[in-house]
Design a binder for this molecule. Structure first.
Ligand SMILES: *[C@@H]1O[C@H](CO)[C@@H](O)[C@H](O)[C@H]1NC(C)=O
Ligand SMILES: *[C@@H]1O[C@H](CO)[C@@H](O)[C@H](O)[C@H]1NC(C)=O
Ligand SMILES: *[C@@H]1O[C@H](CO)[C@@H](O)[C@H](O)[C@H]1NC(C)=O
Ligand SMILES: *[C@@H]1O[C@H](CO)[C@@H](O)[C@H](O)[C@H]1NC(C)=O
Ligand SMILES: *[C@@H]1O[C@H](CO)[C@@H](O)[C@H](O)[C@H]1NC(C)=O
Ligand SMILES: *[C@@H]1O[C@H](CO)[C@@H](O)[C@H](O)[C@H]1NC(C)=O
Ligand SMILES: *[C@@H]1O[C@H](CO)[C@@H](O)[C@H](O)[C@H]1NC(C)=O
Ligand SMILES: *[C@@H]1O[C@H](CO)[C@@H](O)[C@H](O)[C@H]1NC(C)=O
Length: 501
């Protein structure tokens, strides 16, 4: 999204130039955040930082891309007139390019400045002109020409904002352009004559180009780039039923060595975007600027997922023998051949319901909560587990109810630009609250249910963890040199980037 979109934008900024056509004036970028309707004074649940190293890399790749592709750029035909003089320039193509010294600089408190110095471009094309005055015969001419531009210096500022939908906006300002020299050489029937005057033309073309380059780039940024930003997807559907919200909460900020963006980072039920009734904790602070990019993820993101899931009765699970791997199914038997088995550890089951299997209904009692502390990530769940004995397809009998809390420790990692989780351990505590078969040993029930959850629930949760949380990156950006740190209430991903042009 914003940061990575911007990043890729820099990589392809020149690519857009080939499609420049005169268009009606576009919408003005909005650079205040007065209109953010969905914000209620919230702290961010997600934040990114792009450092100078990131912008340097973007600039480097942009230049490499430009150099590699410039000869294939199609330059639109130009038609112009001045008084009685009309001309057409057609079949324009780039024949040479001198790479400029360029950089993307951060303007603290304001935005970004893109500069390029010492660029050179040569082009070849056809020309045709007509000179008409009522009382003179019409003069026409045509031929080909070569034009070279030397010492082109260029700089423009980009100022960012955010629109009412939480998408970034961009506006160009302070464009400046200078050209040291333009050289033109005509070929064709009257070329020797035209070339006598080329000095005059060169100066005029130089002035036109100086204005036109700023016009084109300003328009590129204010219209094309602005339009692309305005259509960025800022929410992502995940796990079939949920919406991950990466909308911007405020205008991006610019420090001397990095830019930061602040996002909502909340997950809600698809179609019910009510906000969770709690706030994100303040994100842990780190001052690092070595890597190209940093991403902060608050435990708020998971906690809002848990809240939405709980509110929509998503956290229920029925476990029957068929859900266990065949070699572990026997644990649910009431008539047993092995030690770790309900009928063995709970003799009342063997006695009252012989040749049956136990079934479990799990209901989460309150939203699961994630708690991140330095170096450790834990998730707590709690709820009710109800047990039944099934004799056959038609006969199922209530056995008992228990209250359970489960504390899980989770290993998190980043791969394929997603955050993955894997349960490392669970601690289950359980009380029998009601029984149809008399007093029951809670310790034994705990051991049995713990084994069932390990065989069924944990793999199910890991399936989600394996799919992972998507991060707001575009398809062409890859993370390299990536690591993840756990700080107070915060996961921080530190990474370099690679553009897969
Ligand atoms: C679980 O079983 C109960 C009945 O025991 C049923 O009402 C419920 O719909 C089932 N839930 C799921 C998710 O299958
Ligand atoms: C569980 O019951 C099934 C069928 O009654 C039987 O085949 C299996 O051996 C039993 N497993 C254990 C571990 O008791
Ligand atoms: C269902 O199973 C219970 C317990 O085994 C038994 O008492 C009851 O008679 C059975 N009911 C039917 C209709 O088979
Ligand atoms: C349980 O199943 C075994 C073997 O299928 C059978 O011999 C036994 O009589 C059954 N017990 C009851 C109480 O149904
Ligand atoms: C999770 O559960 C453990 C043990 O029950 C408890 O000590 C801890 O405070 C809980 N953490 C959260 C965030 O609820
Ligand atoms: C189990 O019961 C004990 C004592 O009543 C209580 O302290 C504990 O919180 C209960 N545990 C659960 C998981 O409900
Ligand atoms: C989780 O991380 C710990 C410590 O790094 C490691 O020993 C363990 O094998 C990991 N567990 C899983 C399930 O990946
Ligand atoms: C990865 O990190 C190393 C050491 O900091 C650095 O030399 C290398 O350029 C980085 N790779 C990329 C693709 O940025």
């Amino acid at each position: 999204m914003l940061p990575l979109y911007l990043f890729t934008y820099f990589l392809v900024i020149f690519g857009y130039m080939e499609t420049v056509k005169a268009k009606s004036p576009g919408s003005k970028a909005m650079i205040t955040n007065n209109g953010l309707k969905y914000v209620k004074e919230k702290s961010p649940g997600f934040k990114t930082r792009i450092t100078s190293n990131g912008f340097n890399y973007a600039n480097r790749v942009a230049m490499d891309t430009l150099v590699a592709n410039i000869r294939t750029f199609s330059v639109p035909d130009q038609h112009g007139e001045s008084g009685s003089f009309q001309y057409d320039l057609t079949n324009l193509r780039v024949t040479g390019f001198t790479e400029p010294q360029s950089s993307i600089l951060i303007l603290p408190g304001a935005g970004l400045k893109w500069t390029a110095n010492g660029a050179g471009v040569s082009m070849h094309g056809n020309f045709r002109y007509t000179f008409r005055k009522r009382w003179l015969p019409t003069i026409r001419g045509s031929g080909t020409f070569d034009i070279s531009v030397y010492g082109l210096d260029f700089s423009i500022n980009m100022i960012f904002g955010v629109d009412v939908n939480g998408r970034p906006t961009i506006a160009a300002s302070g464009c400046s352009c200078g050209i040291y020299r333009v050289k033109i050489k005509f070929h064709g029937r009257w070329a020797w004559l035209y070339n006598l005057f080329s000095r005059l033309v060169e100066n005029r073309v130089r002035k036109i180009l100086i204005n036109k380059i700023c016009d084109i780039v300003t328009k590129q940024i204010n219209e094309d780039m602005e339009k692309k930003l305005a259509s960025l997807p800022v929410t992502i559907k995940i796990f079939g039923h949920f919406l991950l919200d990466y909308r911007l909460l405020q205008v991006p900020t610019f420090q001397s060595s990095y830019m930061e963006t602040f996002h909502k980072g909340e997950i809600s039920w698809l179609g019910d975007e009510r906000e969770a009734p709690f706030q994100p904790h303040t994100l842990a602070d780190i001052g690092d600027t070595q890597k190209m990019m940093y991403l902060w993820i608050s435990d708020y993101m998971f906690n809002t997922l848990g809240y939405a899931a709980q509110m929509h009765n998503y956290l229920v699970l029925n476990i029957t023998a068929a859900d266990l791997p065949p070699n572990q199914r026997g644990i649910l038997n009431t008539t047993c051949t092995s030690f770790l088995c309900f009928g063995n550890l709970i003799p009342q089951l063997q006695k009252n319901f012989p040749n049956s299997t136990v079934e479990l209904n799990l209901f989460s009692g309150r939203p699961p909560t994630m708690n991140i502390t330095p170096g450790e990530l834990k998730v707590n769940c709690s709820g009710k587990i109800v047990l039944y004995a099934r004799q056959n397809d038609k006969n199922r009998t209530y056995v008992m109810s228990t209250m359970a809390t489960m504390e899980t420790t989770v290993n998190v990692s980043v791969s394929n630009e997603r955050v993955h989780g894997k349960i490392n351990g669970i601690m289950l505590l359980l009380n029998v609250t009601d029984s149809a078969v008399g007093p029951i040993n809670s310790r034994f029930i705990q051991i049995l249910i713990n084994s069932v959850l390990k065989a069924v629930l944990i793999p199910k949760i890991n399936e989600f963890g394996n799919k992972g949380f998507p991060l707001p990156v575009t398809g062409k950006i890859r993370f390299v040199n990536t690591s993840l740190r756990l700080l107070k209430h915060t996961m921080v991903i530190e990474t370099d980037l690679k553009y897969m042009g």
